[in-house]
Design a protein around this ligand. Structure first.
Ligand code: GTP
Ligand code: MG
Ligand code: ZN
Length: 364
């Protein structure tokens, strides 16, 4: 039996309840992270919403990527009107990316997401290559992807663009939506089930927060109302927030990101490019050399297929690009480089711990 009635609205399940027993025995309560803004957390518990922070011990022990993020289920200690997060429960799914600038800083963007709404705007040029990369990231996360093409009202030829996305989507649903005309909103709602969590991902300005507000029937998130070109490179949403919709579905709004860099996404790439992989594997049987790299080798069946159009050139290029990127990621993980990184991280964590310790002393 589920004792967490309020939390079941946020997706609390029998499985989670079972996993939580050891924590309950220690007097901790279950909670879900609904807002994360740097070190500040907002949690929802059975007793309602509450501010949260992580315990000093947690900060000490947490591995990289182990800090709670929006969507996480946590075990918390209630202390004088606030919650101290002691543990993050195992994640069913997680969106990860490499933080900009650093080589090995894996960032978990969102956790326990069932559906990934991969957004792109129909009023700008569609970048199909980027959508392919989103798709790979979604597959890697474990969430089910859906393409959401926004601002259909501002596009002359929706059908052609939807068709072009369908060609790279291989069965993944593609929806054209508009908050101005309401087009596609019902179809989108139908994909969002009560108690299930969807995340909105996509570039800044594509209309993610506007979509949240339309689905919520209220201004839950701030949106941009200035001219788009003035706002170039600026982000309206700066935190990640999980919102309970009137339908009972949960939707996680995120700040726009330019690229979702790949992190250990081999499985994701394979799934997103399943058809291309299969086609290339089959073609390769006809190559003169068994170790053909399908580049400039004589008698290459892949190059022949590219020449006569049997293999789509654009898709082959994206496939190669993703593979190169993966190889790059793997290279970065070679033991020597990794050891140097670990050292750097140990130093960063040490100074971070010292700072937190000092801060706790002043807090007390
Ligand atoms: N024409 C049209 N404009 C839209 C639609 N949806 C959103 N917009 C506009 O697009 C702009 C950006 O919308 P936001 O919802 O703030 O975009 P966002 O994706 O949340 O951006 P970040 O928070 O920066 O990641 C706003 O000016 C919206 O009014 C739509 O369906 N049609
Ligand atoms: Mg936004
Ligand atoms: Zn070949």
């Amino acid at each position: 039996m589920l004792t967490s009635f309020g939390l079941s609205k946020y997706g609390w399940s029998e499985t989670l309840q079972h996993d939580f027993q050891p924590f309950a025995a220690r007097g901790l309560v279950p909670a879900r992270v609904i807002v994360q803004q740097r070190n500040l957390y907002r949690l929802v518990t059975d007793a309602g919403e509450i501010e949260g922070r992580i315990s000093g011990r947690f900060a000490h022990e947490a591995a990289e990527g182990g800090y709670p993020v929006t969507g996480d289920w946590v075990a918390a200690e209630l202390k004088g009107g606030a919650a101290v997060i002691a543990h993050v429960l195992p994640r069913a799914t997680a969106f990860t990316r490499m933080a900009a600038g650093t080589a090995k800083d894996m960032q978990v963007v969102a956790a326990n997401v069932d559906t990934a709404l991969l957004c792109a705007s129909l009023n700008a040029e569609l970048n199909l290559r980027r959508l392919e990369r989103y798709l790979a990231t979604a597959y890697e996360s474990g969430a089910a992807p859906v393409f959401v093409l926004t601002k259909a009202d501002a596009c002359e030829d929706v059908e052609t663009l939807v068709e072009s996305v369908r060609e790279i989507a291989f069965g993944v649903p593609v929806l054209a939506v508009s908050v101005r005309t309401g087009e596609g909103l019902e179809a989108l709602s139908a994909l969002l089930a009560p108690g299930r969590t969807a995340v909105l991902l996509g570039s800044s300005g594509v209309g993610k927060s506007t979509l949240v507000n339309a689905l919520a029937g209220a201004e839950r998130m701030a949106t941009r109302e200035i001219r788009e070109d003035d706002a170039h490179g600026r982000h309206t949403t700066t935190h990640r927030e999980l919102i309970l919709l009137p339908s009972g579905a949960l939707i996680l709004d995120t700040p726009g990101m330019r690229e979702l860099a790949l992190w250990d996404a081999e499985a994701g790439v394979a799934a997103a490019f399943a058809e291309t992989t299969a086609q290339v594997d089959e073609l390769a049987l006809g190559c003169r050399f068994r170790d053909c790299a399908h580049d400039k080798e004589p008698g290459c069946a892949v190059q022949a297929a590219l020449a006569d159009g049997a293999l789509d050139a654009e898709r082959w290029r994206s496939f190669q690009k993703l593979q190169r990127e993966l190889a790059h990621t793997v290279r970065k993980e070679d033991p020597l480089a990794a050891a140097a990184e670990r050292k750097r991280w140990a130093a960063i964590h040490k100074s971070g711990r010292a700072r937190m310790k000092a801060k706790r002393r002043t807090d007390d």
